[in-house]
Design a protein around this ligand. Structure first.
Ligand code: SF4
Ligand code: SF4
Length: 131
């Protein structure tokens, strides 16, 4: 992987709530690897509109397009508005964390942002203060 991690916007949120569960063993392994890089090396993130480095090992990624295109597009757009992160933005991982976590803690907005997502109950069970 190069030294800029590509993330679609809502993955800037999901990455803070990852608890080792995911769509497949390969997905979990890849996500664990990416998060380890981000957290230990504070790499630069570039937000993209479409499949990213996390999607690269997802079984729902069909030739570069997400099978759940409409749902994830809505979540991306909601996250852009909530966290001020847009496709094309480049920030250090620590800056992404600060934007996302401060907003979640101050506004407790996870249920509205994630209401489309199958993982919502797992993520909602995590206390933002522990992130
Ligand atoms: S479900 Fe779609 S957006 Fe989510 S990781 Fe898989 S391919 Fe990417
Ligand atoms: S509920 Fe879904 S969209 Fe929201 S943080 Fe968790 S995995 Fe991401």
């Amino acid at each position: 992987m190069n030294k800029v991690v590509l993330l679609r916007v809502h993955h800037g949120l999901c990455s803070h709530f990852f608890s080792g569960k995911g769509y497949s063993e390969e997905f979990v392994k890849n996500m664990t690897y990416i998060l380890n890089l981000l957290n230990t090396q504070n790499l630069k993130v570039r937000f993209v509109n479409g499949c990213d480095d996390i999607c690269s090992c997802c079984p729902k990624n069909i030739e570069g397009n997400c099978e759940n295109f409409e749902e994830v597009q809505i979540t991306d757009e909601t996250c852009s508005k909530e966290y001020g992160l847009y496709p094309g933005d480049e920030l250090l991982w620590s800056e992404v964390r600060a934007k996302v976590i401060n907003k979640i803690i101050s506004e407790e907005n996870l249920p509205q942002v994630c209401n489309n997502c199958q993982w919502r109950l797992i993520c909602e069970s995590i206390n933002p203060q522990d992130l």
